[in-house]
Design a protein around this ligand. Structure first.
Ligand SMILES: O=C1C[C@@H](C(=O)O)NC(=O)N1
Length: 451
């Protein structure tokens, strides 16, 4: 029998409100919220002075399993996630082999059922060769279209080279098309120009000029035009420029939007001023851009043009990062620190707690139609995070849980600290200790077939 937990007098942040209440967790669900008398057999948790949030649902991670497990695996990264308050994740298809068939997708669910301490969902990739697979799509699963110039190397870029294929995918699609939006033809031209000038070792500060604002804007504009033409549901992954935010609406609720977007934490946190100190450790695709971009993205998040906050958690071994520009792999780990970064913005008065919860917890559940998660509600899964809002700590090698063992945030001090994380009513993380044998569940989604 699982213990019944009573969290007493925590400050809940949920659905736009902040209020003090008790929360009763029985089996895997939230049984009751309110004023709840303690009983003898309850395990009591003192929530006084602490903040209780719905578990974060990270809509974009790369946990590298299977095939790239020297960088990360589902067990290591799901532990890091849970320690950071992330109770569910959606993993991208650029594992090895790329997740391009239902069998491979199923295999990932199998691996996760054995290794993940958090809840999980996986996107199917589309590379132009597997259209049939994508069309005979299983509505229990998630579906992504990713720009294969980046994810499925060697096959060209659907957005640029296969407009016919892209038209078909948009026309046939029943689910959500999630796109990494950078025009590769512009990027390649810029790369050539810089290579000519600097050879292989281009200074990384030019990364945002190579993977430029124009490359992002034109790709996003093109994808939106196609989605509109076919009345498809399109989600632009990790927006990185202020200019692109004008392409998105904020005058309808998320549940009615056909075209949505997200920002990843690093595009809010870092700016091009950080390349000097951090070098290729903060080389991401799309690139970290200017302060003006970071400010514009935060503003668009607050005024609801941007719908979600994700991490694009993309770990690489340190030696894969510390290379000359063209050889250095893009991406960095973030899932353990995303909530801490956003709560730091709250501490600095830049965003409200309610808005953070909306964008990190509620909205991923709405966008991906995830059942019974993303909110603190009676009858929902008890995915909960108890945060001490005044407990300074510094990111260091000793407390990094990523398999790759490094973080672009090393040396950063955070004011807030996740104290406890519940996943499906299990107290999986408790002040540094893990219930190692606890396993998450597959996210259940509710998509209807497009007629
Ligand atoms: O979108 C992506 C993919 C990721 C990776 O390494 O898988 N790295 C990135 O920088 N951006």
């Amino acid at each position: 029998m699982k213990p019944t937990y009573l969290i007493q007098q925590a400050t809940l942040v949920n659905e736009g409100k902040t209020f003090v209440a008790d929360v009763l967790i029985e089996n895997e669900k939230i049984q009751k919220i309110g004023s709840i008398p303690a009983q003898e057999d309850y395990l009591l948790i003192d929530g006084k002075g602490k903040v209780l949030l719905p578990g974060v649902i990270d809509g974009q991670v790369h946990f590298r399993d299977p095939g790239l497990t020297h960088k990360a695996d589902i067990h290591s990264e799901s532990k890091a996630a849970v320690a950071g308050g992330v109770t569910s994740f959606i993993d991208m298809p650029n594992t090895r082999p790329n997740t391009l068939t239902m069998e491979l997708l199923e295999e990932k669910y199998q691996i996760a059922s054995q290794k993940s301490v958090a809840n999980y969902g996986f996107l199917l990739g589309i590379n132009g060769e597997n259209l049939e697979e994508a069309i005979t799509w299983d509505t229990r699963k998630l579906l992504a279209l990713t720009d294969d110039g980046l994810y499925f190397s060697g096959k060209g870029n659907i957005l640029a080279d296969r407009p016919d294929m892209l038209e078909k995918i948009f026309a046939a699609n029943k689910g959500i098309l999630a796109i990494h939006s950078e025009k590769e033809e512009i990027v390649e031209k810029n790369e050539e120009a810089y290579r000519e000038k600097y050879g292989d070792d281009v200074p990384v500060k030019f990364h945002p000029l190579i993977r430029s604002e124009q490359a992002c804007y034109e790709a996003t504009e093109r994808a939106i035009a196609l989605a509109k033409k076919h009345d498809a549901k399109l989600h632009i992954l990790h927006l990185s420029t202020a200019k692109e935010t004008s392409l998105f609406r904020n005058d309808i609720p998320l549940k009615d939007k056909k075209i949505t977007t997200e920002v990843s934490v690093h595009h809010l946190w870092f700016t091009d001023a950080d390349y000097e100190e951090k070098g290729t450790l903060i080389k991401w695709n799309p690139a970290i851009k200017t302060q003006k971009d970071a400010d514009g993205l935060l503003q668009a998040l607050i005024d609801d043009r941007i719908d979600l906050i994700t991490t694009d958690h993309a770990p690489h071994a340190l030696e894969e990062k510390l290379k000359p520009y063209f050889q250095s792999m893009s991406g960095a780990p973030l899932v353990q620190h995303s909530l801490a970064c956003m709560l730091e913005f709250f501490k600095r008065g830049k965003i409200s707690l309610e808005k953070i919860v909306e964008k990190m917890c509620h909205n991923p559940a709405i966008l991906y139609k995830i059942k019974e998660r993303g909110y603190i509600r009676e009858g929902y899964f008890a995915d909960l995070v108890l945060v001490n809002m005044d407990s300074p700590w510094t990111v260091s090698k000793e407390n990094i849980l990523y398999k790759c063992g490094w973080s672009p945030l090393e040396g950063t001090q955070f004011q807030t600290q996740v104290e406890k994380t519940f996943v499906n009513g299990n107290l999986v993380f408790d002040q540094g200790d893990f219930q190692e044998d606890s396993r998450g569940k597959a996210l259940e989604v509710e998509w209807e077939n497009k007629e």
